[in-house]
Design a protein around this ligand. Structure first.
Ligand code: NDP
Length: 274
């Protein structure tokens, strides 16, 4: 049976095994998908050992996505732009292809929730960490009117703007943020995980049409509550993005697989609530 895994730390909470088993069932594939706890020091060796023992593919999550980017032989264009890898595909002879499916996962989930594309919309990303970096290029590909990156530490947002060098991009601190009327606001910070509010004025947030939190788990997240209190329509949390990025990874390993991601999102949501 083909063996897959997800490398991370912590990893016990990861929903990837359930999501990939559900995709496997949908596409009539038999696989065994495990969780691999490792450390910064052991990551490279753990990956090499996994593939030496016949691993058919792997995902990589926090905090190893940048290390994974550095160890692969080839990267896809979207992983190159993100500077991070979340999917490993063995090419034989010890060579690995690294992909990053986070951005496409977000775009698919956002567009399904919105019922329309992001073209000609103003989009605001809150946060400038690894998650924000991974979604900038896929969001720009959708041709929004503008893409504003607001962060607690402005320098990090500024670095992203310089790196992606696109006239639609702007950087600012949270307290300087002017949200365009009708904008889509995406929380790509980890503040909700720590139960912390973001320092965005409710009067500013109120200009947005809808809000999306990439963090998933306990609903509603702190950010979703902030947005609701400002009268902004709130989409689901990041569970849809998680399932969509997993779907795109599954399709890297099983070319042509047709997946009903919506069904898997519903199943996992029911299990989380139950
Ligand atoms: P990083 O540690 O790389 O970045 C964290 C970001 O959050 C930084 O911009 C940081 O600001 C900001 N931040 C943290 N705490 C606060 C706070 N209290 N107030 C304001 N800003 C804060 O994390 P990642 O970018 O890798 O991940 C961010 C989140 O995205 C995670 O919670 C993760 O769960 C989620 N995620 C979800 C995915 C999904 O599939 N749904 C996929 C990938 C990520 P500063 O720069 O000032 O420190």
């Amino acid at each position: 049976m083909a063996i897959y895994t997800v490398f991370g730390n912590p990893i016990a909470h990861s929903l990837s095994p359930q999501i990939h088993q559900a995709f496997a069932q949908q596409s009539g594939v038999e696989l065994n998908y495990t969780r691999s706890l490792t450390s910064q020091a052991r990551f490279r060796r753990a990956v090499a050992e996994f593939f030496r023992h016949g691993g058919a593919g792997a995902n990589v999550t926090v905090p190893f996505k940048q290390q994974a980017f550095e160890l692969v032989t080839y990267v896809t264009a979207r992983a190159q732009q993100a500077g991070a890898v979340n999917t490993l595909v063995p090419l034989g002879y010890g060579q690995l292809l690294g992909d990053n499916t986070d951005g496409i996962g977000l775009v698919r989930d956002l567009q399904r929730n919105l019922g329309q594309t992001l073209a000609h919309r103003d989009v605001v990303i809150l946060g400038a960490g690894g998650a924000a970096r991974g979604i900038i290029a896929p969001l720009l590909e959708q041709e929004p009117s503008s893409l504003i990156i607001a962060n607690r530490t402005e320098e990090k947002a500024q670095i992203l703007v310089e790196q992606f060098a696109n006239s639609k991009l702007q950087a600012c601190r949270f307290y300087e943020l002017a949200i365009p009327t009708g904008a889509i606001v995406i929380n790509a910070t980890s503040a909700s995980l720590a139960g912390e509010k973001l320092p965005v004025a409710p009067t500013e947030l109120a200009h947005a049409t809808c809000a999306y939190d990439m963090v998933y788990g306990a609903q509603p997240t702190v950010f979703m509550q902030q947005a609701q209190q400002a009268g902004v329509s709130v989409m689901n949390d990041g569970l849809g993005m998680l399932v969509e990025q997993a779907g795109a990874a599954f399709q890297m390993w099983h070319e042509g697989a047709e997946l009903d991601t919506q069904k898997v999102i519903q199943e996992i949501r029911e299990r989380l609530v139950g």
